[in-house]
Ligand binder design. Sequence first.
Ligand code: AGP
Length: 614
Amino acid sequence: MCGIVAYIGQKQAYPIILKGLKRLEYRGYDSAGIALLDEGNINLYKRQGKVSNLEEFAAAQNLNGHSGIGHTRWATHGAPNDVNAHPHMSMEGDIALIHNGIIENYDSLKKELISKGYVFKSETDTEVLVHLIDHISKHENVWFGEALRIALSHVVGAYAIVALSKAYPNRLVAARKSSPLVVGVGAEGDYYLASDATPIVEYTKKVVYLDDEEIAIIDLEEGLKLFNIADQEKTPYFQQLELELEALEKGGYEHFMLKEIHEQPRSIHDCFRGRLNALEGWVSLGGIRDYEQKMIQANRLIIVACGTSWHAGLVGEYLIEDLARINVEVEYASEFRYRNPIIHENDIVIAISQSGETADTLAALELAKSKGATILGICNVVGSSISRITDAGSYTHAGPEIGVASTKAFTAQVTVLTLMALSLAHKKGTISESDFHTLLTELEAIPEKVKKVLETNDHILKIAEEYKDAKNALYLGRGSSFPVALEGALKLKEISYIHAEGYPAAEMKHGPIALIDEEMPVFVIATKGNSYEKVVSNIQEVKARKGKIIAIVTEGDVSVKEMADHVIEIPETNEFLVPLLATVPLQLLSYHIAVMRGCNVDQPRNLAKSVTVE
Ligand code: AGP
């Protein structure tokens, strides 16, 4: 996600927009830019990197103007650099525009505009929008606000847009669909727009939150008017902001981690947006499409990663081997790079990394590349080191993950791996058409099911209260829920500092069962599936030794409920997709226990968000 800010009124726009972008940097920090309308000219300043880079660059220039738009970028299309930074301008420099979101059909629109003579400077989807508005304005002889409305009827995707035009210096036009946009109404007839209220709250608490497919036309003489995409006028619903600044940056959540846990319905949806369609029966990971045949014929797929990303890789192993019948090995990057591994030219090495900067993972990839293997990446940060050295890859589109403990990045990684497994299996013919459709339909339903899991928060809070003083904890799971057990244990130990271990449930008999006593909480993923009965026996083994059982079960399961001390129900889903749901209660549980223990949840001791050292 990106951050957008705009201002129009009597004040100088630049300082307001610059400060607003700094407040929104948590939403994206790949590049930043500002366009100012001054005496009939649009002056454009944009720079790769943080807002401070832009500030330094713009310092010695003309920064006058009472109307302006600003953007801090989280790259989705096109690497982070000056050219791809927003705002984007029409070819004659008459219109400037900023955008937060993804235009799924930008490729076809771009081809059409190029055929009409438009020349593109950037690789972004956003630039398509500004040329489309320009084209419609000229072709249909309408003002840029009307052209924007018409343009949006051609666009598929998500957007929060603000645009300005030299021809209309007293106007700003904004629109939103799926990406947030707030209009602040100043006391002196001026207006503030932003992705959330943090850049606005210090100037005014009177705001209007745009709804989906709503267009705001702000005119300094006529004020604020709202229209829907069909050009019907709507009455603005003014609200009074209650939250203070600090809370607003976290979207009203106490910590970034909690916000990111709750973002998962959206981040999982954004991850598969434009990449699957159950109705039409297709899945497509564009970034690796050219390598899928090679993956199918590969000797093996070697996944290298660290920490939570390594856990996602383990889930991927279960899915790809079971569905696509391709040999997968999952390696700790730090071990792989030093153990003189055997790497063949027809091996494919896949790095999974949220940050795309983890030193061990990067080094493991470089080793694989030096041995002639094909290297692919699954990253969250566009233009990161790992995404730049790989032959191809897929971005998870989870948006910036600020909390050190990885949450939404994990479920997004698992979503990409699920899409990969489905795509490979379908190409290879190792999955029946009906199973393929069933899994696609189930995957599309996951965001809504995650929302249902999040609704069990209060119940999880009670369980956290009971076990917050535990000295140790055990997490058990079988099949693709075993990596979920590992992930749950990692979450608990890294933010609450309680020692926790994840184990394959069956392995418990080979040692860890000696640890079981009434002081030991045992978290078990016991959802319906192939190994359900076996997991139930493991639960009974724990109960026989007075261990405490907290079981994650399929909604409506009554038998485990009778034997466990607590159950957390998650909606029924296909066994392959359980990791996407079962992980969420474990994230919430760790979060609440850490908060109760007074730990620094977003920046746990000794940890860094990205381990760029060995
Ligand atoms: C997980 O909560 C930790 N933040 C850590 O294990 C992390 O997953 C690991 O350092 C890998 O980071 P990456 O995904 O950015 O490569």
